[in-house]
Design a binder for this molecule. Structure first.
Ligand code: C2E
Ligand code: CA
Ligand code: CA
Length: 704
């Protein structure tokens, strides 16, 4: 690599080119002029020397003659005259012995004097030059002629030439500067325009700009190459831009899709919880600005779990889609309708005019579900329970409003489902209690906080104890004693009732077996079972297993169930009931007469006992109409060969009437309220003694 002088670095190309031009010219010119001046000097000097030497030779001949003749005066004259011609300044004729014979000027009398006169100086190159010529006369040496010649003309010529050369040099430099300026323009102009172009492209990012092509030389070719490169970049840019815009559009679409998915329920396409949360502040702000009220309606399908369990999830999903369509159809466009998950939906009804307005919307929703929903396989009749809370009365934020609507919805379920319930501050306490129950019941089952109470059942004809109903109690460590009505509904809603009932059955069998073994007291037991058990036949195996493990005879066990078991899946329930009966266990239809299809169930379900609801007993002793009703039921059960049990006997009159009507078993406070185990045993013993009967019968004869 050629080393670059550092001083060149800060210069731009045109300066560099000018400098190079000037420098090259200077160097070249300096060399040429120097050569020229030197050559000229040498030629002039040589010509002069030759001329002087020729002249001097002639002079020397004349001087030799005069010296030989020893005529000094003519000699001096000759010297003086000669000096006028050839620029001779000093002259001296030396004899062979070195003495000065004659001199010019006359004052020269010695050799030193001659040199002094000649004004010679060794250091001077120019000025006077001394020539020497040997004087010969006819071959004899006559002495020496020394001549000091004025050489300044040669010197002057040299100086003139030098001056000339310097002027020429300066002129040439000036010209070189001008020419260099022009040349650099030829070279640097295209470079500058390339540089300007690249700067413009950098500033504007516009690759459609092109460099002007002013020549066909390398710079022109460079411009063409740059233009081609720009064209390629532009083409690639356009392609990239197209690709980028394509990708951007795809990404935007994807982002929209993701957003939609994130904010909507995949099954029904309805807004989901996330969208509700996102939209809520807007709805709230609108309500606050306009001083309006809005309502949160929480809708939960009734018995949806049963449908799912019975017909499968595919049908359940199909049903949810249809429900979503029905409900959407019953709403205004501005109402926000979301699916929270499962069979739970939320409707945010804006700008409501009061409670009546909320009730009207809720009523519309319930109406929308009234007609059967026909799916691919079957038509289903469904209903929903709705809980409603109102902003701002029931809360400010979504969480609170939703929680309160949920509490109200729960109440709607408890109150018999298929209805709307508006939140009420009193419900909060109930909800807290429900939470408490649900949280603690599991522990209660396993920690033995549940206690069994036993209520005697009497055979009125023989005045004998013929059985007892097992009723559960919960000693809650914080709340105190809880009756089944306080916690069974909650245990049913979270499925815990299964464990509870199995626990009661097992404990009851163990207790009754111990009375039989240890006290010789055989009392048939009747255990209550929730309707939940009758949706699948697992209960059959559990009963069988419990009986075999505890040793309690199947025929001494009655399973009490209510008509509710038939509502969800009548076919399965019927099969389960039959399977239980096959074990030898009796089935009692509890709370008979309160449901509107009691008689229908009596016809379709094979049972051993019917337990008349307490409400029939209440007025039977003083109300003829009631009496007739019970009589009708009694004759019906007789037709079906089913034993009739009267519950809620609180006085002797009721017992008497019921016995007269033909009830086989009586149960109620009149005999005894449900009692803890020890008390029940004591009572049973006392009852035995009082009725002087030690024989307990558990088989009864159905009167004709
Ligand atoms: P149920 O099967 O109708 O039980 C009879 C209820 O009537 C009992 O209430 C009993 O204390 C009450 N009773 C009995 N005699 C009289 C009377 O002369 N007058 C009045 N006013 N009431 C009387 P309890 O013990 O509170 O049970 C309520 C309900 O809880 C039961 O109604 C039963 O359906 C359910 N239950 C009780 N224990 C269990 C259980 O272990 N499992 C399930 N699944 N349900 C249970
Ligand atoms: Ca019962
Ligand atoms: Ca009952």
């Amino acid at each position: 690599m050629i080393p670059r002088p550092a001083f060149l670095s800060p210069l731009n190309i045109s300066e560099k080119l000018t400098l190079i031009c000037v420098a090259t010219t200077a160097v070249a010119l300096a060399c040429v002029l120097t050569a020229f001046v030197v050559q000229d000097f040498r030629v002039v000097k040589r010509v002069k020397t030759e001329q002087i030497q020729t002249d001097l030779a002639a002079l020397a001949d004349q001087v030799a003659t005069l010296v030989h003749a020893n005529t000094l005066t003519p000699l001096r004259k000759l010297l003086s005259e000669s000096s006028k011609e050839h620029g001779i300044v000093t002259a001296a004729v030396l004899a062979t012995n070195g003495t000065i014979l004659a001199g010019h000027p006359n004052t020269i009398d010695s050799l030193q004097n001659f040199y002094a006169q000649a004004n010679l100086d060794h250091r001077r190159q120019f000025g006077h030059v001394v020539y020497q010529s040997v004087l010969n006369w006819q071959g004899q040496a006559q002495g020496t002629l020394l001549v000091g010649v004025n050489n300044t003309d040669v010197e002057m010529r040299l100086f003139f030439m030098l001056e000339y050369a310097i002027w020429a040099f300066l002129l040439a430099i000036a010209l070189a500067f001008l020419v260099g300026g022009c040349v650099q323009k030829i070279v640097s102009a295209p470079l500058k325009s390339l540089q300007k172009l690249s700067q413009n492209i950098i500033d504007s990012g516009d690759y459609s700009l092109r460099a002007p092509v002013a020549s066909q030389d390398e710079l022109g070719q460079l411009s063409v190459a740059v233009n081609r490169m720009l064209a390629q970049i532009e083409q690639r840019d356009t392609m990239l831009e197209k690709q980028v815009s394509q990708r951007t559009a795809e990404l935007r679409k994807m982002a929209e899709e993701f957003r939609f998915r994130a904010l909507h329920d995949t099954l029904t396409g309805l807004p989901n919880r996330a969208l509700l949360v996102e939209e809520y502040p807007r709805i709230l702000a609108h309500a606050q600005r306009a001083g309006k009220v809005f309502a949160v309606l929480l809708l939960d399908l009734d018995n949806f779990k049963n449908i799912n369990d019975t017909y499968g999830h595919d049908l359940g999903d199909e049903l949810l889609k249809q429900v979503a369509l029905r409900i959407r159809g019953g709403l205004r466009g501005e109402d926000l309708f979301c699916r929270l998950g499962g069979d739970e939906f939320v409707v945010l009804v804006q700008d409501v005019d009061g409670i009546d307005d909320v009730r009207r919307v809720g009523h519309n929703l319930l109406q929308a579900l009234l007609a059967d929903i026909c799916l691919s396989e079957r038509c289903l009749h469904i209903s929903a329970s709705i809980g409603a809370s109102i902003y701002p009365a029931h809360g400010e934020d979504l969480t609170e409003l939703k929680r309160n609507a949920d509490i109200a919805m729960y109440r709607a379920k408890e109150a018999g489902k298929n209805q709307l319930m508006l939140f009420d501050r009193r419900m909060e306490q109930q909800a807290i209690f429900r939470m408490l129950v649900q949280n603690d019941l599991r522990d209660a089952i396993f920690q033995d906080d549940l206690e069994l109470y036993f209520q005697p059942q009497i055979d009125p004809r023989q005045q004998k104890l013929c059985g007892c109903e097992v009723l559960v109690r919960w000693h809650h460590p914080k709340v105190g004693l809880l009756l089944p009505g306080d916690f069974i509904p909650h245990a049913e809603s979270n499925g815990l009732v299964r464990n509870l009932d199995y626990f009661v059955l097992r404990k009851a069998c163990i207790a009754a077996q111990s009375w039989r073994r240890e006290l010789g007291l055989t009392v048939p037991i009747a255990v209550n079972f929730s309707g939940i058990h009758f949706r699948c036949n697992a209960i059959v195996a559990t009963i069988q297993e419990t009986l075999s493990q505890t040793g309690w005879p199947a025929e001494l066990l009655t399973v009490e169930l209510t008509e509710a078991v038939m509502i969800d899946a009548p076919e399965t329930a019927r099969n389960v009931v039959n399977a239980i009966r096959k074990l030898g266990v009796k089935i009692a239809l509890d709370d008979f007469g309160v449901g509107y299809s009691s008689l229908h169930y009596l016809r379709t379900l094979v049972v051993d006992e019917v337990k008349l609801d307490r409400s029939f007993t209440m007025d039977v002793h003083h109300d003829e109409k009631e009496r007739r009703l019970v009589k009708g039921i009694a004759s019906l059960t007789r037709d079906f060969s089913v034993a009739l049990v009267a519950e809620g006997i609180e006085c002797a009159a009721q017992a008497e009437v019921m016995q007269a009507i033909g009830c086989h078993i009586l149960q109620g406070y009149f005999y005894a309220p449900p009692k803890p185990e020890a008390e029940f045993i004591a009572w049973a013993k006392a009852f035995n003694e009082r009725n002087y009967s030690v024989h307990f019968s558990f088989s009864y004869v159905i009167p004709a």
